[in-house]
Design a protein around this ligand. Structure first.
Ligand SMILES: Cc1ncc(COP(=O)(O)O)c(C=O)c1O
Length: 420
């Protein structure tokens, strides 16, 4: 999650974008369509991919879009019946195997090397004419660049499969690496992680999917096109779009997110976006370097990308867990890092400082972490077990929240607010 500049909010609230209706006559929404077209241009330019489907509403929805395009492509070539598997590395985000299974594929795990990357030998052994696609996150969930990515894509294409890249970590390489140059066929971009839109708890967000030449004909409708009569939307029955699998959502997607993302891109410019990636990676490496003597880095050798990953090895013998440590961070005034993910790292603590943190703020964070690490090692269990002590909400029952979620708000007794 990154900083959401106010400018984006102001742009998204301009009535010409916020007050329009998807069923308005096309002639009255020319500006909005131009914005979608311009955003598409930025996304395809930054990724080096020829096509983009804007409408997916979150990263996971983008994965669904990408795999449905892959399935449609295999159906069109008559290979769908034999290509029933999708290969997914063990370190993948849970949405990857879930999406592949949802689209009807059998998920096959690919092993990870000791240095946190895809085990290419295992991948090669599992690739064959029964594989529809691989799903690889790059930079991966361990915060590392897949240095064998070109070999991975070569092997995948040689086997007749497609390369789906989970682009959730695009922030680390935006402006520096174009996934199209790495042989990627489809990749979702979580706009909230790279282009500063709010996340929205799985939606209403936006997870546009960029597609290679081979998959472009299978992109879902609608498309924005531009000719001498202005901008308009086209649906599947026109031209090469005839092979597409249809629509992913009722209308055109999340206009507010498109506006915020484009506002962010234009205010940074292409050189500014490159700087974003460089600063995010520098910040994460600074944290990794300054904490590695008191906490155990999960992959100590070499630099990381925009996330510094620690495990809980250093907490052994203290009776303090990753969860306790994260809760104590709240008392120090810091939002806890991502915990227990990726699953391949025991007690994972995944710190993603993003590019906007200043050196002063990073130092403040590092000093707080070092002090907490010292307290943990000194056996100051009380500081951790009941934490957070200074937050309005104390330790929540997370097991109950997961097993018996209350998903519907009910008005308190005696209140005159009607429950939805
Ligand atoms: C690596 C990775 N893939 C996919 C997703 C899913 O994205 P979303 O939450 O937008 O559905 C995430 C979200 O955190 C992620 O980190």
């Amino acid at each position: 999650m990154k900083h959401n500049p106010r400018l984006n909010e102001k742009m998204a609230r301009l009535p010409g974008f916020s007050d329009i209706h998807p069923l308005q006559p096309i002639s009255t929404v020319q500006g909005a369509l131009e914005l979608m077209d311009t955003l598409s241009h930025w996304l395809t330019t930054l990724t080096g991919m020829p096509a983009v489907a804007l409408s997916p509403k979150a990263g996971a929805h983008g994965e669904l879009c990408g795999l449905m395009a892959i399935r449609a492509a295999h159906e069109a070539s008559g290979e769908h019946e034999k290509r029933r598997k999708v290969l997914v590395p063990t370190s993948a985000h849970g949405t990857n195997p879930a999406t592949a299974a949802f689209v009807g594929y059998t998920v096959v795990e690919v092993a990870q090397t000791d240095d946190g990357r895809v085990d290419v030998a295992d991948l090669a052994a599992k690739l064959g004419d029964d594989v529809a696609a691989i799903m690889v996150t790059n930079p991966n969930t361990c915060g590392l660049f897949e240095r064998d990515i070109l070999e991975i894509s070569r092997l995948t294409h040689e086997a007749g499969a497609y390369f789906y890249c989970d682009g959730a970590n695009f922030n680390a390489i935006v402006g520096r690496v174009r996934p199209g140059d790495l042989g990627v066929d489809a990749m979702h971009i979580n706009l909230h992680k790279t282009f500063s839109t709010p996340h929205g708890g799985g939606g209403p967000g936006a997870g546009p999917v960029v597609l290679s030449e081979a998959l472009a004909p299978f992109a879902p409708a609608p498309w924005v096109v531009h000719d001498q009569n202005g901008y308009r939307l086209i649906e599947r029955e026109e031209g090469e779009a005839a092979q597409a699998f249809g629509r992913l959502c009722a209308f055109q997607g999340q206009m507010g997110m498109y506006t915020r993302a484009l506002s962010y891109m234009m205010s940074h410019g292409s050189d500014g976006l490159r700087q974003v990636a460089e600063d995010a990676v520098l910040n994460a490496n600074y944290i990794k370097a300054r904490l590695s003597d008191v906490m155990s880095a999960a992959f100590p050798d070499g630099p990381c990308m925009h996330e510094a990953l620690f495990d809980d090895e250093w907490l052994k013998g203290t009776d303090i867990t990753t969860l306790d440590f994260a809760k104590a961070m709240i008392d120090e005034g810091f939002h806890p890092m991502t915990m227990y993910f990726p699953l391949v790292v025991h007690g994972a603590m995944l710190i993603e400082p993003t590019e906007t943190e200043s050196k002063q703020e990073l130092d403040r964070f590092i000093e707080a972490m070092r002090a907490l690490a010292g307290a943990a090692k000194a056996g100051d269990v009380d500081r951790f077990k009941g934490a957070p002590f200074h937050a309005p909400m104390k330790r929540l029952d997370e097991t109950r929240a997961a097993r018996a979620p209350v998903l519907r708000w009910t008005a308190p007794q005696g209140s005159n607010i009607a429950a939805e």
